[in-house]
Design a protein around this ligand. Sequence first.
Ligand code: NIG
Ligand code: FE
Length: 393
Amino acid sequence: MFDGLQTLPQPMVVRIDGARITGLWPEAGFDPAQAEGCREAGRGGLVTPGLVDCHTHLVFGGSRAGEFERRLEGVSYAEIARAGGGILSTVRATRAASAHALFEAALPRLQALVDDGVTTVEIKSGYALDVAGELKMLRVARRLGQPEEGGLPVRVTTTLLGAHALPPEFTSDADGYIDQVCERMIPTAAAEGLADAVDVFCEGIAFSPAQCERVFQAAHHHGLAIKVHAEQLSNLGGAALAARYGALSADHLEYLDEAGVQAMAAAGTVGVLLPGAFLTLRETQLPPVELLRCHGVPIALATDANPGSSPLFMPTLMLNLACTLFRLTPREALAGMTAHGARALGLAEIGRIAVGQRADLCVWDVAHSAELAYAVQPGRLRQRVFGGRITHC
Ligand code: NIG
Ligand code: FE
């Protein structure tokens, strides 16, 4: 039965006027008068909502290929971070890069997502860790979604991730850095309209729950939505804490326990799974998918595209990984990158095929939706419709 969530179960006609879906009928018995004045496009393909990549770090300088080699030799992600590498090595490269250079480097990464069906992408800051640099990253992210400024036809939402790692200027003074995030970064980003949400990395190698809570309070105060990187490497209760502040999503979640799941369910917080990071870091602790299902927590999926833990820029690969690694069904995986991804961004008008929704759609050269997760195969996107306009053939 058609639930409007992901794909159309029988041949259907979708009518688009301007930027919105205005009609939806079974093709059998369809009265062509209902499409009068319309131009026909996309016949015969599998139609899904445009993909929503609700967690990325697309804007960054440098490369972490050397760190990749060290991890293969047995050094862990956390050990590299504690030795001043990892996120901080990307911070050095990002601080040194101009806004122009960051934009030019991010554009092909974004193009790769768009070519694989993405119509909405969230982009985080978090690799500058000072006020000017974080704002620079957010401006670059905004520009990436502005075709008139050289960007691409894709909806970009931006998230301030000032509390991603402790910058070298604040070694031994994490609370002092959190003061700066709360008193300068968040107010300025909010005042300049540069951030839609605020995120934190709640982890032993990053910030404590108490420090994260101060960031959530500041985000609340400035009217920004809340997200959290939580329970990735250990269980600090970050997801439950964020849920108590009404977080849109808690992301990673490998070490999430049932109390955390219950707190998320009570708050309507989406669980964002990031199988690319799980794969890249060769994690073994699986996220509690069955508990999330049992408690009715919506499960979203994202690339987490970033230079360290997930240098993977292919959303449909995440559909495959979520099924093979986390045992999601192909249908759950697709919902994770459409309806639930949209919910993780607080966007009600995208992610489903329904009258009144924004006309962000993909037409795929596949016969069944399960094929999108089954094969890892670029080039299956026949048409991409963004706000009613065909932008890719
Ligand atoms: O989502 N977990 C923290 N942040 C990123 C990784 C960033 C990096 O390693 O550069 C993540 O995995
Ligand atoms: Fe991340």
